[in-house]
Structures are given as C-alpha cells and as structure tokens.
Design a protein around this ligand. Structure first.
Ligand code: NAD
Length: 295
C-alpha cells in the first residue's frame, strides 16, 4: 500500500482520493476548501494545512486541479512542490490542462529526477465516484507501469498514450472529435425532423448507415429517442457544456502552438460558446440539439 499526497479534492479529486482510501492506501490531502478537507478526514484521510505538508515523506503525489495555471503554480517556482518532493517520488497529475503546460512541469520534474506522468481522465463525476474512470497517460513507460496499479484503484481503463504530454493530447483530440460528432448529429437530426421525419426512425437509419457514430449509438441528443441519456432528462447530468468548452479551448491552444488546422473543432467551439451564452453552460453537451430548433 502506498503513502499518497493528494492535492485538489473537488468534484473529481474528492471521490478519487476516497477510492484510494477504500483500497487501503494512506492519503495526506490538501485543498483550498475546508469542507473538502473535512470530508476526506471523515473518511480516514489526513487533512493537511498546505500542499507542502501533504507531500512530505509520501511515495506518490497526485493532483487534480482545475486548469494549467493551477498546476504550474502548484509545482513550479521558488515555493513550488518540486522544491520539496524527494527525487524518485512518482508524481501523477490527473488535471486536464494544456499539453505544453504538462510538458513544462514534467520536464522541470525530470530535471530533479522526479518521474511525472500526465493522466487526465474521462468518465466524469460518476466515473470518479464509481472508480470506473478512464486514464489517458503520457510519460515514460517505467513511470506508467509504477502508476498503473494505483490508477486501477480509481479507474477501469488505463491507456498509455505516449511521451509526457501525450495523455493531454489524446484527451483533447478525442473530445474535439466528440464535439464535432455531437454537433453534426444534432444538425442532421434537426434537418430530418424539419422535413417531417420521426427522429427515432432517422436515428436508426443513420446509426446503421455510413453516418453511424458514438452519439447515435449510445448518447442520442434528440429528446425521447433513447432512454437513460441526458437528452431524455432535460439535458441534466452527463458532460457539461462548460467543460466541453474548456477542452475545446485547450484543443485550439494546442493547434495554435503547432500550426495545425482545426476548422471543425473551432466551429464546434464557437457553436458551444454561443449555446452557453444562452444560459446552457451547466447542461449536458448533447443539449447543443436545442440550438438547432427554431424557437
Ligand atoms: P473542481 O473545481 O470541482 O475541483 C478542483 C479543486 O481544486 C477545488 O476543490 C479547488 O479548491 C482545488 N484547488 C484549486 N487550486 C488549488 C491549490 N492550489 N491547492 C489545492 N487545491 C486547489 O474541478 P473538477 O470537476 O474536480 O475537475 C478537476 C479536473 O478534472 C479539471 O481539470 C477538469 O477539466 C477535469 N475533469 C473534470 C470532469 C468533470 O466531469 N468534472 C471530467 C473529466 C475531467
């Protein structure tokens, strides 16, 4: 069993740390929010006053923070954690951040002989609570092999995407494609409905034809076509528009860095931003269907 320092006990990090405790590990934890610290202490974790104390003497450090700026501020600089973490201690950053930021921190860690992997997740809060997350890892094979058993205590599918930063790259590529598939599916469904088709009949035809895709298979955006998905529950639950916009922003940032053309991802991002402006940020991302309906 490992001694783990866990930083960031939010919607995702809280249940992830809780699953590590349930698996028998020791967890020293820090978050800026007192109630999050209290919650982990109630489950047997050790609530620490600051991040430096949380990583003191541990075997593994895990972070789950909102964005690049938080991760860079946590690890880098004169007072950053990399000044305090012992050489050889495995660092796992599970936050979804810019690949460039991830590489910057892991290079600084490597310079101090601290192996670091990026391990962003997919699966949402439900996956974090249920311990069924997918981890998409970037980093050296040795560090990946060392991290895998721990990641398995918090998730179900663990992928090694490649070198440091590759976990972030794979995640934003996937989510950019997902946004394109979802907006395209919503657009096609509305065109069919506007032209008199039953959305269920059209969905089934497209699902089994060359337009078939994940949205039509398991996450149909048209209300009433599929049971148990957000479109049949007023677009509640699922993956928030706000988070999709965050990931599409990271994809755009990465595209600017490398000079890559991402016309479809950029269009999807703009469609989602306009959708959010109408008050839909906290809805599931399949609610983009509503933006195609004439009011
Ligand atoms: P959240 O805002 O609920 O939690 C972030 C936590 O980090 C907060 O509790 C905050 O107090 C804490 N924090 C911020 N700066 C800190 C610091 N310097 N020291 C200690 N604690 C600090 O966010 P979340 O939903 O848990 O998401 C975390 C990451 O996971 C994000 O990068 C997000 O994009 C990614 N993610 C989220 C979901 C989801 O469905 N929520 C799904 C996949 C990936």
């Amino acid at each position: 069993m490992a001694n783990i320092g866990f930083i960031g006990l939010g919607n995702m990090g809280g249940p992830m740390a809780s699953n590590l405790l349930k698996a028998g590990h020791s967890v020293r934890a820090f978050d800026l929010v007192d109630s999050a610290l209290q919650a982990i202490a109630n489950e047997g974790g050790e609530a620490c006053d600051n991040a430096l104390t949380a990583v003191d003497g541990v075997d593994v450090v895990i972070s789950m923070l909102p964005a690049s700026v938080h991760v860079e501020n946590l690890y880098l600089g004169d007072k950053g954690l990399l000044t305090a973490i012992a050489a050889g201690t495995l660092v796992i950053d599970c936050s979804t951040i810019a690949p460039a930021s991830s590489r910057k921190v892991s290079e600084a860690a490597a310079a101090k002989n601290i192996p670091m992997i990026d391990a962003p997740v997919s699966g949402g809060v439900g996956g974090a609570v249920g311990g069924t997350l997918t981890f998409i890892v970037g980093g050296e094979s040795e560090a990946f092999d060392q991290a895998k058993p721990l990641l398995e205590d918090m998730g179900k599918n663990i992928f090694h995407a490649g070198a440091p930063g590759a976990g972030q790259v794979a995640k934003i590529c996937n989510n950019m494609l997902l946004s394109v598939l979802m907006t395209g599916t919503a657009e096609a469904l509305q065109l069919g409905v506007d032209n008199g088709m039953d959305p269920s009949v059209l969905s089934e035809i497209m699902r089994t034809s060359s337009g078939g895709n994940w949205a039509l298979e398991v996450y149909n955006p048209y209300p009433g076509v599929m049971e148990g998905v957000p479109s049949s529950n007023n677009y509640e639950g699922g993956f928030l528009v706000d988070l999709m916009i965050k990931d599409l922003g990271l994809a755009l940032e990465a595209a600017l860095d490398t000079g890559s053309a991402t016309p479809m991802g950029t269009l999807a991002r703009n469609l989602y931003i306009n959708h959010r402006k109408l008050g839909n940020g906290r809805k599931d991302f399949s609610s983009i269907q509503q933006s195609f309906v004439e009011k």
